[in-house]
Write a protein that binds this ligand. Structure first.
Ligand code: NAI
Length: 506
């Protein structure tokens, strides 16, 4: 198939430019790779050719095809060598002044039809194009690292970008085997914006002393199905990358509470605890392997107290069935007997508030997260309040572990860990839709491919129930009085009428 762009220039032969040059050459374009640093483009060229050779040796690439790729990939010594390109993709240093100067220089060389694209991850595409004679020809073309493996690319329209330019870039992305998603020019575009909920809310939970890093990671992996816990993920990315992204998006949105970064990562960054790359982050690494603290031991309980379940518990019928399966002595009276372990299962409220409002004895009250149906999760999460007696906490822990399922016990929090993190992710995603930054469909694709979440954030909201997610946020706002939990209108309206979050208004 003939590529949309016959000749593509790639400027910047670093981590990103190299990967972009590779997939452009594989898509059939002649690629001219240029770098300001003498020898860099040659080095990238040699590395890519060696990579194709290795694939041929392993029998995973036809020798003729590899020879064609190699023939198409060329090194350009000067900008002038790119003047015949139909498309030029820039992947140089992330500085507005340098990128603007480069595009101005290019505009004077290339034909009026040449498309200009920037791989910027955090600068405004509109600002990069400002000052060009033809700003309509410039778009954002944001790939992810490593480019050949991360199969999604954001095509970003600046305020003046022509629709035809974005459409052609999207078609080209498909020819490269990537999935394009189209975004408006807003801070963080789609993926870096949608990704703000996971880490920031987890950090906030830790900062309240609700649980430690390792417990949070376990809960979010086992209960919500994330491949990596937020702290494992930050260790992998490195705080030198993730903390500045958190700060940048927060600042670009003029201090919007939803994106507020954490003092925890600022301090760790300053202290050099960056993650895997420095051998210590939230975890310590020995020979590249995370040293994960052991889970607290299962308590021994000689005599199990009877259990009483609040009539206002969420998923109460399921909780009672679960207790039956665990062979608990269930009390059915209007109120708990003086011996009873008292279970509550709130959405968004803390256990203390529930005990007070329902006039329960806080010393015997323990909460369980019933946002998710029990059968669908690999871990149960219980929460105490400041008055909960140790024997009651241990009894609840031992009881819910009777069938061998993992149990975590956390301290009181407005919303359990999964409730807080899921509600925050869904709320930010809803706001992306509300602002019209992209279509709900592209949002789901971008997050699944770009962040590796178990499902798109809107599907996540539908999975847990838009009304439940809304309830978690409303109640958390009451508990914390913090505008970061203010529901986006997109979620508020759909949650209020029980409508799917992917539903677009006609
Ligand atoms: P890098 O530092 O690995 O490579 C940048 C290359 O550009 C260097 O080889 C440098 O010599 C060259 N360069 C700098 N100024 C130049 C100029 N004026 N003309 C020609 N060459 C120049 O950087 P990396 O990571 O490849 O990032 C490049 C761009 O891609 C940045 O805008 C970055 O924000 C963006 N990006 C980076 C991602 C990542 O994970 N590394 C992900 C997505 C986007």
């Amino acid at each position: 198939m003939k590529p949309i762009y016959n000749m593509t220039g790639v400027i910047g032969a670093g981590a990103m430019g190299r990967g972009i040059a590779q997939i452009c050459a594989q898509a059939g374009s002649i690629v001219k790779l240029m770098d300001a640093q003498p020898g860099s483009a040659e080095k990238a060229h040699a590395a890519l050719c060696a990579q194709w050779d290795r694939l041929v040796e392993k029998g995973r690439l036809d020798a003729g095809v590899a020879a064609d790729h190699k023939m198409r990939l060329q090194v350009a010594g000067r900008l002038d060598d790119l003047k015949d390109c139909d498309l030029i993709i820039e992947a140089i240093v992330e500085r507005l002044d340098v990128k603007k100067a480069l595009f101005s220089e290019l505009e004077a060389l290339v034909s009026p039809h040449t498309v200009l694209a920037s791989n910027t991850s955090s600068l405004s595409v509109t600002a990069i194009a400002a000052g060009l004679r033809h700003p309509e020809r410039l778009a954002g073309f944001h790939f992810f690292n490593p480019v050949p493996l991360m199969k999604v690319v954001e095509v970003i329209a600046g305020l003046k970008t022509g629709t035809n330019v974005c459409d052609a870039l999207a078609s080209y992305a498909r020819q490269m085997g990537h999935t394009p998603v189209q975004a408006q020019d807003t801070p963080g575009f789609i993926v870096n914006h949608a990704g703000r909920g996971y880490g920031t809310e987890a950090l906030r939970i830790v900062s309240e002393g609700v649980a430690d890093f390792a417990t949070l990671d376990r809960i979010l992996r086992d209960q919500a199905g994330f491949k990596l816990g937020p702290f494992e993920l930050m260790d992998l990315t490195g705080l030198d990358v993730s903390h500045p992204v958190m700060e940048s998006i927060y600042q670009q949105y003029y201090g919007e509470a939803r994106y507020r970064p954490s003092a925890i990562t600022a301090q760790r960054l300053a202290g050099g605890l960056l993650g895997r790359k420095t051998g210590e982050g939230f975890y310590r690494y020995a020979d590249g392997i995370a040293q994960i603290p052991a889970e607290p031991a299962l308590p021994e309980v000689a005599e199990m107290p009877p259990v009483w379940v609040s009539p206002r518990a969420s998923r109460r019928a399921e909780l009672l069935q679960l207790l039956k399966n665990l062979e608990a002595k269930i009390e059915t009276g209007q109120s708990p007997s003086p011996q009873a372990l008292t279970l509550v299962a709130p959405l968004g409220f803390d256990i203390t508030t529930v005990a007070v409002v329902e006039r329960l004895d806080p010393a015997r009250t323990v909460g369980i997260d019933m946002l998710i149906d029990d059968a669908a999760t690999k871990r149960r999460v219980l929460a105490t309040n400041p008055a909960t007696r140790t024997d009651m906490r241990d009894a609840a822990h031992a009881l819910f572990a009777r069938d061998g399922k993992a149990v975590s016990v956390i301290r009181d929090s407005g919303g359990f860990v999964t409730q807080r993190v899921v509600a925050t992710i869904v709320n930010i995603a809803s706001d992306i839709c509300q602002q019209g930054i992209c279509s709900p469909k592209d949002l789901e694709t971008a997050v699944t491919l770009g962040l590796g979440y178990p499902m798109g954030p809107l599907a996540m909201g539908d999975r847990y129930g838009p009304t439940n997610v809304l309830e978690v946020l409303f109640n958390m706002q009451t508990v914390y009085g913090d505008p970061r939990y203010r529901p986006s209108p997109w979620l508020r309206r759909r949650g209020a009428i029980g409508r799917s979050l992917t539903h677009e208004e006609s």
